[in-house]
Design a protein around this ligand. Structure first.
Ligand code: SF4
Length: 142
């Protein structure tokens, strides 16, 4: 993630106050911007607003390509969607609070920093996912 700063000058020529507004930007490998990227940068913008007291006007996505020109998205245009997803996430987390969880293997495990711990747990439990070639729906029907 890149934090970019922009200056907004205010006041007359003789007396100029400069407000520094930090905005969120992120470089991505994908050429097309995904909804998850907008949500991620919306969260950063919200956090920045808490720190600096001003919501950045735009969030920036920098896809690969010549010159790495950033694409700007108006924060307020996505704010309602962001708040809706955040609310649903908080409700889901609250509902599941205190419930026992299990590290069922998923695609993200391949790059997850907790893989070692989860793998150890599955091995200790002799989990069905360790059976060569078995698929999730087959495990669930056993
Ligand atoms: S390795 Fe990561 S993604 Fe996979 S189950 Fe564990 S915590 Fe979840």
């Amino acid at each position: 993630m890149v934090w970019a700063a922009g200056c907004a000058a205010a006041g007359g020529e003789a007396e100029q106050a400069v407000d520094l507004v930090v905005r969120s930007a992120d470089t991505k490998l994908a050429r097309e911007t995904k909804a998850t990227t907008i949500l991620q940068l919306s969260l950063y913008s919200e956090l920045l607003a808490k720190i600096q007291g001003t919501m950045p006007e735009f969030l920036w996505v920098v896809p690969p390509g010549e010159g790495y020109a950033g694409e700007k998205y108006p924060v307020l245009e996505y704010a309602a969607y962001y708040r809706h997803v955040r609310k649903r996430l908080l409700m889901a987390v609250e509902e599941d609070a205190g419930k026992e969880t299990y590290p069922e293997p998923v695609e993200h495990c391949n790059v997850c920093r907790w893989f070692r711990e989860c793998d150890q747990r599955r091995r200790a439990d002799d989990h069905l996912s360790l059976v060569a070639g078995i698929r999730r729906h087959q495990r669930e029907s056993v």
